[in-house]
Design a protein. Structure first.
Length: 150
């Protein structure tokens, strides 16, 4: 198990370090890979979750991050590490269909969302969507506009 002191080995902004401070115990409970295989980190930040995955036996971590400041830190931390693949983009939509890979999948969000069933395709397949659940249209608009300036 890694400790907070281990994260001093990587370059990390204050906001993401605060997240590690607040969430590290839960990461050890929920995010530590069950196997040493491939891990996908969408919204990889400065690489703090990739660091956790690698310290707990992941063979490869695929990091997707669109924020330029975070990308700079992510590349400084793992740009020369062949176990880490860095993809420098924001994602607008995500479709997941990996025939059994959904088992033990974790979706972390820092905003209020709810899962809504779109449609049952057959007896073992359904489509679901995470919907924003704020209730304030102005806040939604401000966040949507601010994402364009990252």
């Amino acid at each position: 198990m890694c400790s907070l002191a281990d994260f001093q080995k990587i370059r990390i902004c204050q906001a993401h370090l605060q997240g590690v401070i607040e969430e590290l115990d839960n990461w050890h409970r929920f995010l530590v890979p069950k196997t040493g295989r491939n891990q996908l980190d969408i919204g990889a930040g400065c690489g703090e979750t990739a660091f956790l995955y690698l310290n707990h036996g992941a063979e490869r971590v695929i990091c997707i991050e669109g924020n330029k400041n975070c990308l700079e830190n992510l590349r400084a931390n793992f740009g020369n590490d062949p176990r880490v693949v860095i993809i420098p983009y924001f994602l607008e939509n995500i479709k997941i269909d990996i025939d059994g890979g959904e088992k033990n999948m974790i979706v972390e969000t820092h905003f209020p969302y709810r899962m809504r069933k779109l449609q049952a395709l057959n007896h073992y397949t359904s489509l679901n969507i995470l919907e924003e659940h704020w209730g304030n249209p102005l806040r939604k608009l401000v966040r949507k506009i601010s994402r364009r300036f990252y």
